[in-house]
Design a protein around this ligand. Sequence first.
Ligand code: FE
Length: 201
Amino acid sequence: MADNATPPAAPPEQRTAAIEMVLRRHGILPDGFVGEFTEHADDAWVTSNGARMVARAWTDPAFHTRMLTDGTAAAREMGFEFPEHHRHLVVLENTPDIHNVIVCTLCSCTAYTIIGAAPDWYKDLDYRARVVRESRTVLREMGLDLPASTEIRVWDTTADTRYMVLPLQPPATEGWPVEKLATIVTQDSMIGASRLDEVKG
Ligand code: FE
C-alpha cells in the first residue's frame, strides 16, 4: 500500500464512539444525552404510529382527506412529532391501478418518526439504485409481483420532504375496528415494498 493510500474505514461503532468522544471533549454533548435520545427514539418513533394513521384513514373519511391534504398536520393531530428538518410529510395513496414506492437515492431518509427506523434493505445501494430504474423487477424480487396494468410511482425522499404510502385496505378487513386494523399495517406496506392483499378476515 502506498503511504498516501486511504486506510480502510473503521467499523460504524468505532466511528460513532470517536465522534462522541470529540463532542464530549468540546462540552457539546451533555451527560446522558445519547441514552435519553435513544430511549425516546425507541419509544416514540415506531411503525405503529403510521399504522394507526393508516387505520384511521381507512375508517374516518374526514381524516383520510386531511391526511392526503397535509400529512404533517394529520400526524401532529394524532400526537406524533417530527424533527425540525422534516418539513413535509406527503401521503401517497395506493389505488388498484397505482402503486407508490419510496426510496432515498442519496442515503436512507424516511419519515422515521412515523413509520419507524428504515429497514436495512432500504439503505442498500442496490435497492436505491435499481428501484428508480426497474421498480417492477425490484418489487417482484422482494415478493410483490404487480400486474403490468398497475402503474408504479417511485418517490425519492429529500431532507425536508418525507413520504409514507397509504396502502389499500384488504377487502377481508372491511368493518374491523380501527385498533385491530392498525395491527395489520406493516412498515413495508407504508414504504410500498409490499401490499396487504393477503390479509384474511
Ligand atoms: Fe437519505
